[in-house]
Design a protein around this ligand. Structure first.
Ligand code: SRM
Ligand code: SF4
Length: 562
């Protein structure tokens, strides 16, 4: 059964490309060997995303190249599949070298717990994927209309159940991988398969999802992964240190379009609870069938309305629940109580219940590189080379040096001190430590304004304002993106900035501290002096009038958003 509003004649061009792609192969192999251009064929561009990469160009160099009548400087952004953000020490070492040889060299930690490389030329794309594969890494299905990287609460210190939930995240990932063998043929020179039955994909069929699909697993009370910003969120229900089951929430998403109320950010809505004390089968079945419902009912005519959030608003939660119960063959229970009372990373050293040590490093906007003042990339490489650490990435774009035995802690501490990583992490102001910015310029094709290259200098000035009002130690969640797609989840920040044009940002205020209330558009297209003026006013009023322990997001909501 499917939604009859999806008329075949009105299918979007992406739908037609997917269906005629021969299980996502298209003509990618031919595009890669075309030496005349750094570009790939137009129809291969949406397809190559399913393989984990985006064709981009260096936007800083567009004008200069156009003046010389050269084609744009094309390259790929390549994204790894790292469920729950985990990377072993050996994999880090491999990644360090692959990035150095094939990309700009910067390892970019994303807001969904993984790593991206930028600036990978077409000739280097295949060697990069091959090198990843040799390190036991893959890029399959990290982009495109498919289930993306499954994220889960990052810090094993936060819960003795972390490992169990992390394993479940991996199981969900595997269950939702596409069956295509094209990835292995194109990138890894695997033999062409003779038996096409192997590729029969009962979940994705030949249509895949109408749009990207995102799943997150949260372990309350920390909503460090922003569970309500996902298509499908699973909130762990824990009683007496035992994992009992999951509350399911659906229909979260951030993207909007400036000036178009038809496209809006939305928090996921509560659907029901699934118990797992007698096994995970029902939970896995529910997740699988939620995808089949969206596959069948999601909008395939208009990609702007194709995310699950719009299908939820179209049919309503009672319909979704009934349809899911029909397909899964069991009834959902009522949502169990849960509380989120934090949404952040814990910097510095922490020890888990097994005695292992973890050091969370502050990485400004997720950019791991070596500069004159900080050799972060080298420090992490040295830590990896000890053979005594793993790595975990957080949804706040940081890295946790992980799983360190007590007897090895001093050696890692020495490395962190040698490279001044501890000083760097401790020095980050409270506002900076919790802030995030998306990539935006110079690589993102959709950026309207700067983001990761601008937020640090804006924060320098905001820190001065905070000091003026005696608020330097005040926690607050500030996020910036270069366009309204919302890659750093600015619409669930306490204060969000969303680019409208170079140097101009819409200002959103009044989200709550824990990611459970959307903020509201306050003023449009502000330039830096106006942003600082507005913040000066907010901070002054907050310092004078706040209630005891009131968070700034709640204060702004109460004073300016009613
Ligand atoms: Fe995103 C598109 C970067 C997390 C919503 N996002 C893009 C692209 C690929 C631009 C493009 O389509 O050409 C950006 C590449 C920039 C670059 O040069 O690297 C991009 N998104 C990112 C990352 C790297 C931001 C970061 O600084 O960390 C994040 C990678 C996540 C990952 O590892 O998979 C990233 N993107 C998000 C999130 C946050 C999240 O998922 O929690 C969102 C909002 C949540 C959501 O999906 O609603 C997000 N990105 C989008 C959208 C809007 C989708 C929509 O519903 O319309 C686009 C545009 C699109 O898909 O057409 C987009
Ligand atoms: Fe690009 Fe916009 Fe995402 Fe920023 S929010 S990375 S500008 S798509």
């Amino acid at each position: 059964m499917s939604d009859n509003t999806n008329k075949p004649q009105d299918l979007s061009s992406n739908e037609k490309i997917k269906m005629s792609s021969n299980a996502l192969r298209g003509t990618i192999a031919e595009s890669l060997t075309d030496e005349i251009t750094g570009n790939i064929r137009p129809d291969d561009q949406p397809l190559v995303r399913f393989h984990g990469m985006y064709l981009q160009d260096d936007r800083d160099r567009r004008e200069e190249r156009a003046a010389k009548k050269l084609e744009r400087l094309y390259s790929f952004m390549i994204r790894l599949r790292l469920t729950g953000g985990f990377l072993s020490g050996d994999q880090w070492i491999a990644l360090h070298h692959i990035a150095g040889e094939n990309s700009t060299g910067t390892l970019k930690i994303t807001t969904r717990q993984t790593i991206q490389l930028h600036g990978v030329l077409k000739t280097k794309a295949k060697p990069t994927v091959k090198a990843f594969n040799q390190a036991g890494l893959t890029t399959l299905a990290t982009c495109g209309d498919i289930n993306r990287n499954v994220i889960c609460s990052a810090h094993p210190k936060q819960s003795p159940l972390h490992e169990q939930i992390f394993e479940l995240a991996k199981e969900i990932t595997d269950m939702l991988l596409p069956k295509t063998q094209g990835y292995y043929e194109i990138w890894l020179d695997a033999e062409k398969i003779a038996d096409t039955k192997m590729e029969e994909d009962l979940l994705y069929q030949d249509r895949y999802m109408p749009r990207k699909f995102k799943i997150a697993l949260a372990i309350p009370p920390n909503n460090d992964i922003d569970v309500f910003g996902n298509d499908l969120g699973l909130i762990a229900v824990i009683e007496k240190d035992q994992l009992k089951g999951f509350n399911i929430v659906i229909g979260g998403g951030m993207s909007s379009t400036h000036g178009n109320p038809e496209h809006y950010p939305r928090l996921a809505s509560e659907l029901g609870y699934v118990d797992i004390t007698n096994g995970k089968e029902n939970l896995l079945k529910a997740i699988y069938e939620l995808l089949t419902i969206q596959r069948d009912y999601g909008n395939r005519n208009d990609r702007k309305k194709a995310r699950l959030k719009y299908t939820v608003d179209k049919y309503g939660i009672p319909w979704w629940k009934a349809e899911l119960e029909k397909r899964a063959g069991f009834a959902l229970e009522d949502i169990k109580p849960y509380v989120f009372n934090r949404r952040k990373d814990y910097y510095g050293w922490e020890q888990n219940h097994e005695g292992l040590w973890y050091y969370t490093v502050f990485v400004e906007n997720g950019r791991v590189l070596d500069t004159d003042s900080l050799k972060l990339k080298q420090a992490l490489q040295d830590a990896a080379k000890t053979g005594k650490v793993n790595f975990r990435f957080t949804c706040n774009q940081n890295v946790i040096i992980s799983d360190i035995k007590p007897e090895d802690k001093a050696q890692i501490q020495e490395i962190l001190e040698k490279y001044k990583i501890i000083e760097h992490t401790n020095k980050a102001s409270t506002i900076r430590a919790n802030a995030m910015a998306c990539v935006a310029l110079n690589t993102c094709a959709l950026a309207l304004a700067e983001s990761q290259r601008y937020l640090p200098s804006l924060l320098d000035k905001v820190e001065e304002l905070l000091e003026k009002h005696g608020l330097s130690d005040e926690e607050m969640i500030v996020r910036m993106t270069g366009c309204p797609n919302g890659c750093a989840r600015p619409f669930i920040a306490e204060i969000g900035f969303v680019g409208t044009a170079l140097g101009k940002y819409n200002m959103y205020i009044g989200g709550d501290r824990f990611g459970m209330r959307l903020n509201k558009l306050y003023k449009e297209s502000l330039e830096e002096p106006q942003i600082l003026d507005e913040l000066d006013g907010f901070f002054g009023a907050f310092a004078k009038k706040r209630k005891k322990n009131q968070a700034i997001g709640d204060f702004l909501h109460q004073e300016y958003c009613q």
